[in-house]
Design a protein around this ligand. Structure first.
Ligand SMILES: [Fe+2]
Length: 461
């Protein structure tokens, strides 16, 4: 079932039956922040996409040569390299970059290779007073300046003042460290478009990393990425969440080349279902979130919607946790909806005042038929109190389930496992797609089309 909607610019568009997300916002009791009131209703055509993008080695190599070395990518949290000498290695396809905090507290990034015979200088993360190559002992300061080597008499041809580690661009946003290998690239601020302005209210810099799971998946990285920038698949892949997720009422937005967003309303029943009582919505949701003791059931008073009940429940739970009165300023949307932004190419932060999921997908080394997916949960803590320490990464191999990770045992892990069950099968199916092309929906899959149009600007430049 669908409805026609006339937009302010005169266009008539087709959308799912039921309330639009904007109509749900009309019922908010607290003022709605401006970023949530934006609705771009982007249309980018209906062309199919070639399967070569996911399958061919040539396309992967174009991404390596023309995209991964020219885009801004999240490296780690600022708190993970908080002290002078802390370093973090960002590996992406064939590239390796080491980002470090210098003595002055500044962040710098270098191509991770010794300028003598090329050995990789560092792996993973740690703390170092200088970058000393483990092969022959050539040394560079944290500022990247050459400090010396054994038997320097044999290298009279080295100009020490020019023998510095080649740098990359490094900047920060929202508590994240970003890098871009392209020294000519636009600034991170400009690259992010509307995103920093939208997030000023949610302040992801005031969080700590409460969960970090990285899993290997047997599919091209874009197959995994695309599974998390649309909610359309809920009806078939995650039927158990439909009593409390307005899947096809989701709003999809695109801004510029690099930013897009899905907002999926929670605490409302999917338009695909009929006759779901508010009590079922509330209890199914609380069970998913592991918030109900066995057999426990909540009552929803007559005349109250499930969305209102759940908002009140979360306002009181999170207000206590953050020692802030959320009910006085926070919208129902910001306390429970899935508000998922993405920054090209592979970084997807949730917004709002609930614990914020963040996703990142990367090719698995230089392998274009495998990838890693990271699930990170950023949590708030009471203002003025010490920031809790970031958690370590839990790594899962290709045969493990997300729900095997500590912290993903409940309904959330089950949802990720349902997504995971599709991904390898998509990669295999693409090889047997006789048309050689995938087909996309005009609205619900607009972010996938938007993503590929930006990717084209790099690989076919
Ligand atoms: Fe999913």
């Amino acid at each position: 079932m669908s409805r026609s909607i006339e937009l302010e610019d005169g266009r008539v568009v087709t959308r799912s039956d039921g309330d639009t997300y904007q109509e749900m916002l009309d019922r908010e009791t607290n003022p709605v922040p401006a970023p949530l009131r934006e609705s771009t209703d982007t249309f980018l055509g209906s062309d199919n996409l070639s399967v070569d993008r996911y399958l061919s080695r040539e396309f992967h190599e174009l991404e390596v040569e023309k995209m991964w070395n020219r885009t801004w990518q999240a490296v780690c949290r600022e708190t993970e390299i908080g002290n002078p000498g802390d370093y973090f290695v960002h590996d992406i396809t064939t590239y390796s970059i080491v980002v470090t905090r210098t003595e002055s507290g500044a962040l710098k990034g270098y191509h991770n290779a010794c300028l003598h015979r090329g050995r990789q200088l560092r792996k993973d993360c740690g703390n170092a007073r200088e970058f000393k190559c483990p092969y022959h002992g050539f040394r560079w300061s944290l500022e990247g300046d050459f400090k010396g080597a054994p038997c320097e008499w044999d290298f009279p041809h080295i100009n020490k003042s020019e023998f510095s580690l080649p740098q990359v661009q490094v900047d920060t946003w929202g508590g994240w460290v970003f890098m871009n290998m392209d020294l000519e690239a636009e600034s991170l601020q400009s690259y992010m478009g509307i995103l920093p302005q939208h997030f000023t209210r949610w302040k992801p810099e005031n969080t700590f990393k409460a969960l970090h799971v990285e899993k290997v998946i047997e599919c091209n990285w874009k197959v995994a990425w695309e599974a998390f920038i649309e909610s359309f698949h809920t009806v078939q892949t995650h039927p158990q969440i439909m009593p409390y997720l307005g899947d096809s009422n989701s709003q999809y937005d695109c801004w510029g080349d690099n930013v897009s967003r899905t907002i999926s309303p929670m605490g409302v029943v999917s338009p695909h279902l009929e006759n779901v009582e508010p009590g079922q919505t509330v209890n199914d949701w609380l069970q998913h979130a592991n918030l109900l003791a066995g057999g426990e059931k909540m009552e929803v008073p007559e005349g109250m919607t499930a969305r209102e009940w759940l908002a009140d429940y979360y306002f009181s739970a999170f207000s206590e946790q953050y020692k802030t009165d959320l009910a006085s300023f926070c919208t129902h949307s910001e306390i429970m909806d899935s508000i998922l932004y993405s920054l090209f190419p592979n970084f997807a932060p949730w917004a709002g005042f609930h614990p914020n999921l963040t996703y990142r997908m990367k090719p698995y080394g230089d392998n274009h038929e495998m990838c890693t997916m990271e699930i990170i949960v950023l949590m708030r803590y009471p203002e003025g109190e010490d920031r809790p320490v970031d958690c370590p990464v839990q790594r899962l191999d290709k045969d493990q389930l997300f729900s095997e990770a500590e912290g993903l045992e409940g309904g959330l892990g089950r949802v990720f496992d349902q997504d995971f069950s599709n991904l390898k099968m998509v990669q295999r199916g693409l090889k047997n797609l006789k048309s050689g092309e995938v087909v996309l929906g005009n609205y619900q899959e607009i972010r996938i089309r938007h993503f590929h149009q930006t990717l084209d600007k790099y690989v076919y430049a």
